[in-house]
Design a binder for this molecule. Structure first.
Ligand SMILES: [Ca+2]
Ligand SMILES: [Ca+2]
Ligand SMILES: [Ca+2]
Length: 256
């Protein structure tokens, strides 16, 4: 019985994909944001500080519409789809950052990225939530849920302990949370489109005159790799395994 279990586990190992080649990687430490777009403003990098005080570049901030930024042209009627209140969460649309990559071969891929929630995300609070994030590959949602500033979330992700800190105009420390989703997916070939959508419900709420809003978010360290094609054992190998198992069964019968 133990031998059969081992054979089954071994056969599963044949089917486990492994990382193969790098398709795309960006830590946003340079100015390269080719392929990125945002639904509300230019998808450019900004700077925070890591826990050692060194500058850390990332893509964002998103959802920071109350900041004194003349390039922001935030349209509330679009963001809330005409409902600027907390009573119609299903009609909020939020902000979407999109990465489009062209001409990819069919096969298995993996994407990982850093997702930061910053300041006071409220999870599924009845009054100040839900504050949600959604990630999709070619229109198919792969990560979805509400996120809270205490690290709780409904997407099944582990709070990784963010070292990214911010300071508002009054030198108050603004905390953040870090999540690192990893998604395997099969691509049937051609263009790939990745969409990252944050839908906090207080994007316009500045904390007094601090210059920092309630629920911005950011992305960093986006990495896309090919996965080696899962290896299927050859029929002759399966036949030998079958013969071996039959032989073992026969020995056991004779031994009892
Ligand atoms: Ca970075
Ligand atoms: Ca909040
Ligand atoms: Ca909120």
């Amino acid at each position: 019985m133990r031998l059969c279990t081992s054979c089954f586990i071994a056969s599963l190992c044949f089917l486990t994909p492994a990382f193969a080649g790098v398709v795309y990687v960006n830590d946003f430490e340079s100015n390269d944001v080719a392929g990125w777009q945002s639904s509300y403003k230019q998808a450019d990098k900004q700077i925070g500080s890591d826990s050692a005080g060194s500058p850390e570049h990332f893509l964002g901030l998103f959802g920071d519409y109350a900041q004194a930024d003349p390039t922001d042209s935030f349209d509330y009627s679009v963001y809330f789809n005409g409902n600027n209140n907390s009573t119609n969460p299903e009609q909020w649309v939020g902000e979407t950052a999109t990465l489009a990559l062209s001409g990819n071969a069919a096969g298995w891929y993996n994407i990982t990225f850093d997702f930061y929630t910053i300041n006071t995300w409220d999870g599924d609070n009845n009054n100040t939530g839900p504050d949600t994030f959604h990630f999709a590959v070619n229109g198919v949602e792969r990560v979805s849920g509400w996120f809270s500033s205490n690290g709780d979330n409904s997407a099944g992700l582990t709070d990784q302990g963010s070292g990214l800190v911010f300071y508002d105009n009054e030198q108050n420390r603004i905390g953040s949370r870090l999540y690192t989703p990893s998604v395997d997916f099969y691509h049937s070939g051609g263009d790939m489109v990745f969409t990252f959508t944050g839908i906090p419900n207080q994007p316009d709420q500045e904390n007094g005159t601090s210059g920092f809003v309630d629920e911005p978010w950011a992305l960093d360290n986006v990495a896309i790799s090919t996965l080696s094609t899962p290896t299927v054992p050859e029929p002759t190998s399966l036949m030998l395994v079958g013969i071996g198992l039959a032989g073992i069964a026969g020995l056991r019968r004779r031994g009892t």
